[in-house]
Design a protein around this ligand. Structure first.
Ligand SMILES: [Zn+2]
Length: 410
């Protein structure tokens, strides 16, 4: 078998295309390998319009080149003098090329390989391995995402999570919407305001909007406003995240401890010194040796121990399955908070009264925002791996590429 036939077989070149010539450029290295193999492909008769498939006369032609997968360790380039036809209906058109898309200077097989490398490694590593520039690597990634998004079809999730994640520096955010059931990123947009989330709702059909049952989020006023504006069922759907509520309690408790510790220390009482983490742990997390000490302390009349008891009671309020019982428990807790005479904790009363509806929705659906937060931490890893992003759009592309579950290949 001569080289032309071999490459026809290897490259799946079929009539009316055929391999006309294979040129190897010898390397100067001692190994005597080729640096580059150029496979010249030609097109026989007849020529057909790419739109309607009708046989048409040749109009002109132009030489094009495509980088392909290496063969025998040599960089391999396909070259063809690609004809344009003159179709009576569609005008002058370039005939379709089976091995590449549009005006892309790479074969489909090469793009697939670069996409596989990008899924596994860093963009810098992919650029080094392939000898492509950063711009070329990013262009392949961007096309893969565009292709995936256009193939994705209608997005219609039932349970979504919304979270903000830092894009570059602090105070520079993107909004990420994910499907709580599949764990896939559905939407990425710059900023963390109402418009950032509004863009997602805007992209949905009315039936997709109506299908949404729950929206897990932290208590961001912007996200609440956007959801209320676009979702008629928002009062039933918005679910506030358990861990954000818990963190409000933990912060308040810590303030109580700091204040009380200062007062006790001034009287020579060191009971609260160095106990920050003991109080933030939940009852279930405390073990063995510290338990006896902790029991004594938490049974004392310290404000810190009362604040801890309230924090623990709040965490138990999430355990109810029935919304009716949960509502009663939260109301009882709010009553306790109102009477507790610990200023840092009393501030939580208004916070809970304002947000109770969304807390009860979360309990009713058994929803937390932890899938979205898991995505957030994967996004932060992608950011570290990519050594940051020049633009928010590049960041969004990378998030879709890795976490969007898209069909990326040409
Ligand atoms: Zn035509």
């Amino acid at each position: 078998m001569d080289a032309e036939h071999l490459y026809e077989t290897v490259l799946h070149v079929t009539p009316p295309w055929y391999v006309e010539e294979v040129r190897g450029k010898p390397s100067a290295s001692r190994l005597g390998k080729c640096d580059e193999v150029v496979v010249v492909i030609a097109h026989g008769e007849p020529l057909a319009c790419p739109e309607c498939g009708c046989a048409c006369p040749r109009h002109d032609s132009r030489v094009r080149r495509w980088r392909h997968l290496d063969t025998c360790e040599a960089r391999t380039v396909l070259e063809a003098d690609v004809p344009r036809v003159r179709c009576p209906e569609h005008g002058v058109r370039q005939i379709s090329i089976p091995w590449a898309e549009g005006r892309v200077p790479y074969t489909r097989a090469f793009e697939c390989w670069v996409i596989d490398l990008l899924l596994e490694g860093t963009p810098a590593g992919v650029a080094r391995l392939t000898g492509l520039g950063w711009d070329a690597v990013n262009a392949i990634k961007g096309r893969a995402v565009d292709r995936g998004l256009s193939r994705r079809g209608e997005v219609s999730p039932r349970h979504i999570g919304v979270d903000e994640t830092s894009a570059k520096k602090r105070h520079d955010y993107i909004t990420v919407v994910s499907d709580q059931e599949t764990g896939l990123v559905l939407h990425v947009s710059p900023g963390k305001d109402a418009e950032s989330l509004g863009k997602f709702y805007h992209s949905l059909t009315i039936s997709a909007i109506n299908r949404i049952e729950s929206v897990a989020m932290d208590m961001s006023l912007a996200y609440i406003a956007a959801t209320k504006e676009h979702l008629p069922q928002s009062d039933m759907a918005i679910c506030f995240d358990r861990f954000h509520v818990a963190s409000a309690f933990s912060k308040a408790l810590n303030k109580v401890r700091v204040r009380e510790n200062l007062k006790l220390a001034s009287q020579g009482d060191g009971r609260l010194v160095g106990t920050r983490h003991d109080w933030l742990a939940s009852d279930a997390q405390i073990d063995g040796r510290t338990r006896r000490w902790f029991k004594e302390l938490s049974a004392s009349a310290l404000q810190t121990s009362r604040a801890w008891a309230i924090k623990e009671a709040a965490s138990r309020c999430w355990e109810f399955v029935s919304v009716g019982w949960a509502r009663k428990a939260w109301k009882r807790l709010i009553g306790w908070i109102d009477r507790c005479r610990i200023p840092e904790i009393k501030k939580l009363s208004d916070f809970l009264k304002v947000h109770l509806w969304g807390i009860l929705n979360a309990i009713s659906f058994g929803v937390t925002n932890s899938p979205a937060e898991g995505i957030n931490s994967r996004i932060q890893k992608l950011k570290a791996r990519s050594c940051g992003f020049a633009t928010k759009a590049a960041f969004a592309t990378t998030v879709y590429f890795h976490l969007g579950g898209l069909d990326l290949y040409p």
